[in-house]
Design a protein around this ligand. Structure first.
Ligand code: ADP
Ligand code: 5GP
Length: 203
């Protein structure tokens, strides 16, 4: 398999989707791994674009059938990455992006370590994270508290990631994320050695 995986983790509300949506619009060859989730759809989200929104029963069936590369319970809901489309994209030489939590990152590392580049994205501080979650207006006070508590635990794992980004100035953060993707494209492991050397000699 010639492709690669970019894992993006970080507290909910830190700006991962905002940055990734822009990246995916501009870099059309990237492939976003659409997760399945049991959480309710938010205003502005689209089925089959942001997530596949499924019931808990369907999710559990998916687990039994071995359909997930990884799955985890986050903020009382289930989230999982489908194995089949990821394998197809990797076989196709694509860079596949996972927006997943720390638990999912650990499982993915066990199975696909040599394919993975990872980045942890967060805010300047917890107060800013709370402000963003409140401004986003998609979660009630209890859910926000739950997400903030979870964020504190996730921050302890920063050093396990290849890259670390504080998403303060959005333009600066976007440039940072884009640089990581560009560096991935330059990885020597990503080239077909025979083809590269032969065509270099022939010209
Ligand atoms: P995540 O995908 O990590 O849960 P979102 O992308 O939904 O986070 O962003 C959470 C909120 O923060 C959104 O309302 C978004 O518009 C806002 N946001 C994202 N990045 C920034 C930034 N650099 N500065 C201020 N607000 C931001
Ligand atoms: P949200 O509900 O805000 O969209 O996502 C909540 C958290 O679940 C985020 O940390 C996000 O990265 C994580 N997440 C989304 N999809 C998956 C997935 O397929 N697997 C795992 N392990 N986490 C996911």
């Amino acid at each position: 398999m010639q492709g690669q995986i970019l894992i993006v983790s970080g507290p909910s509300g830190s700006g991962k989707s905002t940055l990734l949506n822009r990246l995916l619009k501009e870099e059309r060859d990237l492939c976003f791994s659409i997760s399945s989730t049991t959480r309710a759809i938010r205003d502005g989200e689209k089925e089959g674009v942001d997530y596949y929104f499924i019931s808990e029963d369907e999710f559990k069936k998916g687990i039994e059938n071995g359909e997930f590369l990884e799955w985890a319970q986050v903020h009382k809901n289930f989230y999982g990455t489908s194995l089949k489309p990821v394998l197809a994209a990797l076989n196709d030489g694509k860079i596949v992006i996972f927006d997943i939590d720390v638990q999912g990152f650990h499982i993915a590392l066990e199975k696909f370590k040599s394919y993975i580049t990872s980045i942890f994205i967060t805010t300047t501080n917890k107060k800013e994270l709370k402000k963003r979650l409140q401004n986003r207006g998609t979660d009630n006070a209890e859910t926000i508290e739950n997400r903030l508590m979870n964020a504190v635990g996730e921050m302890e794992h920063i050093l396990e990631y290849d890259y670390f980004l504080i998403n303060d100035d959005i333009e600066k953060s976007y440039r940072g994320l884009k640089s990581v993707v560009h560096a991935m494209r330059l990885k020597s492991a990503n080239i077909n050695l025979r083809q590269t050397v032969d065509s270099w000699i022939d010209c």
